[in-house]
Design a protein around this ligand. Structure first.
Ligand SMILES: *Cc1c(COP(=O)(O)O)cnc(C)c1O
Length: 372
């Protein structure tokens, strides 16, 4: 991790210190109150739970340190994405979204933005670097894309989008702000599902929007207040706790993923392995520039749907579940959701299990899945 990242992690861990008085809890309390003492509307501070809550303030302080930007928290990744899109788009605008990115973003755009008069154009992540952004209001990108793990150069896309007068929103869920910094690379807003690695324990949904344009962030916050898309204080507490160990979890997960990706790539049963940064992968040139490492997600194909299902069922150290970024390794056959991937494609999220034990379980399940 570069020195500025180390400094951010240390600040995140001690962000409450300067504001503490004798007897205050070191850990932020869960403030379960819908309404707050308000003898006068002139006094400022908290007054109603749809406008603010001290438990959000604590987690937003952490995320603002990581993003170097103002942050608004949301009750899920999709709530954050909806806020960013509704805050930036109006009737007659054109939106570009990835055809191979998180599918709910596409469904939301087609089902709710299109009927309001937004033109939605889907293009593959790989084509962003050459796409024509003339007449586009918002270029929405996701890199590495979920689940295909295709990568785009954020800075190059942002530069071209801005020349065309478009705003750029980047979904940074697969990397987290510790591994990739879209705002530094020119994105106007970053959105993320903290449900994944930032919370990290598969026990809460959460999301955030961050940005350095105060007017744009005011609009995002207005959307939250008016749509009522607010996180609960207990959820904010869980994410606050998760963020304290994000770096140590990512260290283990990403190092293990690199080891396992190397070994899977050499395995005879495995085809079309995708792990950003692996020599030979088309993403290799971008990794090391915008990405701190290849992340903790691996995509690969087994012969067919049957082989993939058998592998997942037989591996005792891979939870068969959707979502990713938790402490437990998890995998699923993405074609079961209709993603545009091969029938035998598995998205593997590498957890914090010691790597040799994990690899032995994977290797044994691969061997068993390939016995006729
Ligand atoms: C999971 C995910 C989301 C949505 O997050 P939720 O918390 O499930 O709403 C958005 N984008 C990406 C890339 C994701 O992986």
């Amino acid at each position: 991790m570069p020195a500025e990242t180390d400094a951010r992690i240390a600040r995140l861990l001690h962000h409450r210190k300067a504001g503490l008085s004798q007897g205050d809890p070191i850990i932020p309390p869960i403030t379960a109150s819908a309404t707050f003492h308000l003898p006068s509307v002139q006094s400022g501070g908290q007054f109603y739970g749809r406008n603010g809550n001290p438990s959000w303030d604590a987690v937003e302080a952490q995320l603002s340190i990581l993003e170097d930007a103002e942050t608004a928290s949301f009750p899920s990744g999709m709530a954050a994405i909806a806020a960013a899109l509704f805050a930036t788009l109006k009737a007659g605008d054109r939106l570009i979204i990835p055809s191979d990115g998180y599918y709910v973003t596409r469904v939301l755009s087609d089902g709710f933005l299109k009927p309001l008069g937004v033109t939605v154009t889907q293009i593959p992540t790989r084509d962003y670097e050459t796409a024509d952004f003339t007449g586009v209001a918002v270029v929405y990108l996701e890199t590495p894309s979920n689940p295909g793990l295709d990568v785009v150069d954020i800075n190059s896309v942002a530069t071209r989008a801005h020349l065309a007068g478009a705003r750029v929103i980047a979904d940074n869920t697969t990397m987290t702000p510790l591994l990739q910094r879209p705002l530094d690379l020119g994105a106007d807003l970053v959105v993320a599902a903290d449900t994944k690695a930032p919370a990290g324990h598969s026990d809460v949904l959460f999301g955030h929007v961050s940005g350095r344009d105060a007017a744009l962030m005011t609009r995002v916050r207005d959307w939250r207040r008016m749509s009522g898309s607010i996180a609960g204080p207990f959820e904010a507490f869980l994410v606050h706790r998760g963020l304290e160990t994000l770096e140590v979890r990512l260290d283990r997960m990403c190092a293990s993923a690199a080891t396992i990706a190397d070994r899977l790539a050499a395995h005879p049963a495995v085809r079309n392995l995708r792990y950003p940064g692996l020599p030979g992968d088309h993403s290799h040139r971008v990794v090391g520039g915008q990405m701190a490492n290849g992340g903790f997600l691996i995509g690969f194909e087994l012969a067919d749907a049957g082989a993939a299902e058998a592998f997942l069922a037989r591996c005792p150290l891979i939870e068969q579940s959707t979502s990713f970024g938790g402490t437990h390794s998890a995998g699923e056959r993405r074609a079961r959701w209709g993603d545009g991937v091969a029938e035998g494609f598995i998205r593997l999220s590498v957890g914090v299990e010691p790597v040799e034990v994990l690899w032995q379980a994977i290797a044994a399940a691969l061997a068993a899945a390939h016995q006729p």
